[in-house]
Design a protein around this ligand. Structure first.
Ligand code: CMC
Length: 438
């Protein structure tokens, strides 16, 4: 076993691939945990063939040491720390520092980091004018994609991706300003004035204050229970390995694009209902089901191959046992609703749907379990967020993971522009036919 000079992976053995009369020895690497990988980088040069893996179900697109998921055991680790321990004992700023830097901060490091983030929360004042260009009924995710992309037009002094200090400043700006931008997107949609950030509040408190407070008219009291639940939601959504939006950020960044543009690309990818948009879709689904007696009808729809309907908030590409984030949130949903004295019939529908689905042969056989989006919508609704804001909150929290993964990619000496190939099945070369002869 030899150790690669650049990285922590181990050359374990080789795999032999025989194609016709050609035999290839392909290196197999082991990471610290998780499946081994077969290094196929020389495959095309040596055989003229590509591999074919739509959806990357069998492809490790990069080497990473940030987040690890064991889907069979329902384990999610940030830099080695289990998500349930972080959700219970840590806070979002500490988790953000951990994801970015690899270790939990000591007291001084934490204070410095919190200070750096807190004092970057204001956005360039001219950015406020950008919002006016959007329709009032624009989806806040549309605003997020636009405004995040536009950040590259405001922060020219942190666009040089080859300068470590500029990368650090851009990362801090993104983490610090995204709650401000998210709350501005919300305020714009309801016709209220923007609320400036407050430097004496925690990250989650400040976000709630900017979202639900109103300037001048009255003081907004941030409930510690809500701030705590918000912080937990941010921790649970902070990173999740090489998912669609994170891979999008890496792919966009692989060409050398600036970090603000890359995060805008990640937000666009997150928006889809199969990814971050599922929390919004899940709440719509629970509303549509409405009452417990209608659940069997929807379970049948989900099982019907001829019906495109899927149970939103169920299933995951990686988790095939349970989603540990959903477990933390199920508990948190009870706490928040109890604390706020809310008796939401939707929670009854959700609990019963979960119970029935988990006993159903179809869901058991396909290993479909509630994912993080199943309960997050109920909590966010109880906190007063409209459904269109759910995916925005996901984007807010995931920005920390995206910038960490983006930074890791830039520093990876094996990094190259991402450029997949294809299995081409279209027409082969043919001569152009003039319009009058077609
Ligand atoms: N309801 C009913 N059937 C389902 C569901 C579902 N929610 N999810 C998967 N299946 C079935 C699917 O029809 C397929 O059946 P068959 O093998 O007979 O064709 C089988 O289970 C495997 O599904 P898949 O689509 O091949 O699996 P995937 O890994 O490509 O998709 C997923 C994962 C999350 C996109 C999918 O489970 C899904 O669409 N779930 C609902 C949307 C959702 O909740 N997304 C949030 C994911 S967690 C947060 C995040 O990562 O953003």
């Amino acid at each position: 076993m030899t150790k690669n000079i650049f990285d922590k992976r181990l050359l374990k053995e080789t795999a032999t691939l025989t194609i016709g009369d050609k035999t290839l020895e392909l290196p197999i690497y082991s990471g610290s945990v998780g499946p081994d990988v077969i290094d196929i980088r020389r495959l095309y040069a040596d055989t003229g063939m590509f591999t074919y893996d739509p959806g990357f179900t069998s492809t490790a697109s990069c080497e990473s040491s940030i987040t690890y998921i064991d889907g069979d055991k329902g384990i999610l680790l940030y830099r080695g720390y289990p998500i349930d321990q972080l959700a219970e004992k840590s806070d979002f700023m500490e988790v953000a520092y951990l994801l970015l830097n690899g270790e939990l901060p000591d007291k001084e490091e934490k204070d410095d980091f919190v200070h750096a983030i807190t004092y970057h929360t204001m956005v360039h004042d001219q950015m406020s004018s950008l919002f006016k260009g959007f329709r009032r009924d624009a989806h806040p995710m549309a605003i997020m994609v636009g405004v995040l992309g536009a950040m590259s037009a405001f922060y020219h002094d942190s666009l040089d991706i080859n300068d470590p200090l500029q990368r650090k400043i851009a990362s801090h700006r993104l983490i610090a300003k995204i709650p401000t931008i998210a709350s501005m997107a919300y305020k714009y949609s309801i016709g209220q004035p923007f609320v400036y950030p407050r430097n004496d509040m925690s990250y989650a408190e400040n976000f709630l204050h900017m979202t639900f407070g109103v300037p001048q008219c009255e003081e907004y009291e941030v409930s510690p229970t809500l701030a705590n639940a918000m912080d937990k939601i941010f921790i649970l959504h902070a990173d999740h390995e090489q998912n669609a939006s994170t891979s999008t950020v890496r792919l966009a960044g692989s060409s050398g694009a600036n970090p603000f543009a890359c995060i805008a690309a990640g937000i666009a990818s997150l928006w889809g209902p199969a990814h971050g948009g599922a929390n919004e879709a899940c709440l719509h689904m629970l509303q549509e089901i409405g009452t417990v007696d209608r659940i069997p009808e929807f379970i049948e729809k989900a099982k019907n191959k001829n019906d495109p309907f899927r149970l939103m908030g169920f299933g995951h590409r990686v988790y095939k046992n349970f989603d540990p984030r959903a477990q933390v949130l199920a508990k948190s949903a009870n706490e928040v609703l109890d604390e706020m004295g809310i008796n939401d019939p939707m929670l009854d529908v959700a609990r019963e749907l979960e119970r029935i689905a988990l006993e159903d042969e179809y869901f058991i056989e396909k290993k479909l379990y509630p994912n993080v989006d199943f309960y997050s919508g109920i909590i966010l609704k109880a906190m007063g967020f409209p459904t269109e804001m759910f995916t925005v909150l996901f984007a807010l929290a995931r920005t920390t993971g995206w910038v960490s993964q983006w930074g890791e990619m830039i520093e990876d000496p094996t990094q190259k522009i991402g450029r997949p190939r294809q299995l081409f099945t279209g027409d082969t070369q043919r001569d152009f036919i003039d319009l009058e002869n077609r």
